[in-house]
Design a protein around this ligand. Structure first.
Ligand SMILES: [Fe+2]
Ligand SMILES: [Fe+2]
Length: 260
């Protein structure tokens, strides 16, 4: 099966451009499953918005994953009730939403697991106290079939050690959150596809897809880049950050970067 994994989608323009491209690509490359991290898909880039989530699902995204920004707004938190929308698994079980989704596909059972590292999640004050290490949550989750992991984190070494630890069990571990794509496309010895950071789908001329003027001004004038507020998505051309996995049974046999 061919599986498309799309990194952090930033802003509504990125959603629109992605959705105009996705159905054609899906047909052309015989893509059987599409997973997208959409924690920044709201027009503000902060959290999810209903219109953009509906647009993504209608265009052929099968599963939406999240991260620290999943809690940015009431609207975003409400969207965690949708069965196709995940947030990181490794937080308190009493927090709304799910971190794991099982799907039946023509290629058999698929489990999508959303994990996060502490560095990414410590900005979410409402849930930081409930954070648990990703590997412990993974072990308790009993993922079955073809298993895809969105590992939402800053910590490169942690992502890489995790990928090695689940080699041969997970079909792929795809890193998200830092928005800047890493180059190597690994297939580990046990058949786990691994990319440290898939990279964002959003405006390429900003900082992590966001305008930076007020951040630079804040840094220069006060030492705190956020003293002037949080900017929205930048206005430049949108780039795609995605990888296409070719799988054979539970194993990944090839990873290809897809971009425009
Ligand atoms: Fe993000
Ligand atoms: Fe994030």
């Amino acid at each position: 099966m061919n599986i498309l994994f799309i990194g952090d989608i930033v802003g509504d323009r990125a959603v629109t451009e992605l959705c105009s491209w996705l159905p054609g690509f899906r047909a052309e490359r015989h893509v059987g499953l599409v997973v997208a991290n959409a924690e920044n898909c709201a027009p503000t880039g902060l959290g999810m918005a209903e219109a953009q989530v509906r647009e993504l699902l209608a265009a052929g995204v099968d599963v939406i994953t999240g991260g620290n920004h999943s809690w940015d707004s009431e609207e975003s938190v409400k969207l965690l009730e949708l069965p196709q929308v995940l947030r990181p698994l490794n937080i308190g079980a009493h927090i709304s939403g799910r971190g794991l989704l099982r799907l039946d596909t023509p290629a058999g059972e698929v489990t999508v697991v959303n994990l996060a590292d502490h560095s990414a999640m410590r900005s979410v004050k409402a849930i930081e106290d409930t954070f648990r290490p990703a590997y412990g949550a993974w072990r308790d989750a009993d993922p079955r079939g073809l298993v895809l992991v969105d590992y939402h984190g800053d910590h490169v070494l942690e992502k890489q050690i995790f990928a090695r630890a689940v080699d041969g069990v997970a079909t792929a571990v795809l890193g998200t959150h830092s928005h800047e794509a890493t180059i190597p496309l690994h297939v580990l010895p046990g058949g786990t596809g691994f990319v440290t950071e898939v990279g964002m789908t959003g405006p390429a001329d900003g900082v992590q897809g966001f305008s930076y003027d007020i951040l630079v001004k804040g840094l220069r004038e006060t030492g705190d880049p956020f003293s002037g507020g949080i900017p929205g998505p930048s206005g430049g051309p949108v780039v795609l950050g995605a990888v296409l996995l070719e799988t054979d049974g539970k194993r990944t046999v090839r990873v290809e970067r897809i971009t425009w």
